[in-house]
Write a new protein. Structure first.
Length: 286
């Protein structure tokens, strides 16, 4: 990757002092390197950012940029990747979260990590996404699309079909559709399979199914999945990457499709998915 001329920065939703320090250090190093740093208004509401040469305060968060630097955990990283999906803008993520499975580097060597980003010393990995066609328009998910019964209502009755062929109908608390990148999240908690990055396809798994026969299903990348709320009177909520985006009314159907290489994630040269899996999930067991 060539060195970026322009960087846009995003930080975690509820930042601590360390995140603000990281943003200020990024501003200092970018200014010294002659790289333009764009700081959106939402970041100025959270942090005191110095007015340095080349630092654009209050920049349009969706404006043109060569690189995004995300200072946060997976939620921050996912938000940045969705924002720039389909625009060939890599996200270089410095982990300021608990696990940061998608992060490029850890914050232990903040100056070294920023230097890598400023010099363009990273590879770019294209990650797929899922598009769900909702009544309010298409919604994108880099990790997963999920369907949830409401806490005060009865269990959901969800049917699912691939290419028009109904696979089954399950009474459950919900259903999760995950990309390979998202397969280590909600899907894994459901007992679904981990899919290595680079695998073509997506997985469907169930949240607390009320049957012994419900099993996870890996769907081919070009096959469209239909999900129907079979309940005559109980709505279910639909989320993308943990954000509620719409309600699936009784008897309503939505379609979910796989989108190739929609998001761009910066990776250190030689980084391995399997090393990441062992390292990140090993932390949880300590």
């Amino acid at each position: 990757m060539t060195a970026p001329a322009t960087i846009t920065v995003f930080t975690r939703h509820s930042p601590g002092g360390a995140t603000g320090d990281g943003l200020r250090r990024l501003a200092e190093l970018a200014s010294a390197a002659g790289v333009a740093l764009r700081v959106p208004p939402e970041e100025l509401d959270k942090h005191d950012v110095p007015a340095l040469p080349g630092v654009e305060l209050g920049a349009d968060p969706d404006g043109p940029t060569d690189l995004v630097v995300a200072l946060g955990g997976d939620g921050t990283i996912l938000s940045a990747m969705r924002r720039f999906a389909g625009r060939d803008v890599p996200v270089f993520a410095i982990n300021f979260g608990a696990i940061g499975f998608l992060s490029t580097v850890e914050r232990d060597d903040l100056d070294g990590a920023i230097a890598r980003a400023l010099r363009g010393e990273f590879d770019v990995l294209g990650l797929p996404a899922l598009e769900v066609a909702t009544s309010s328009g298409p919604q994108l998910a880099v990790n997963d699309v999920s369907f949830h019964r409401r806490p005060d209502l009865r269990v959901a009755a969800l049917s699912y079909a691939v290419k028009g062929e109904q696979i089954g109908e399950v009474r459950c608390d919900g259903l999760v559709i995950a990309t390979p990148a998202g397969s280590t999240g909600y899907n894994l908690a459901n007992g679904g399979p981990v899919m290595a990055w680079g695998v073509e396809g997506y997985v469907v798994s169930f949240i607390a199914p009320h049957t012994l026969s419900a099993r996870a299903l890996v769907v081919a990348p070009d096959d469209i999945l239909q999900v129907v709320n079979k309940s005559p009177d109980e709505p279910v909520d639909v989320t993308t990457d943990g954000r509620t985006v719409c309600t699936l009314a009784p008897r309503e159907q939505v379609e979910v499709r796989f989108c190739h290489d929609m998001a761009q994630l910066a990776q250190i040269a030689g980084a391995s998915f399997y090393h990441r899996l062992r390292d990140k999930f090993g932390k949880l067991a300590r």
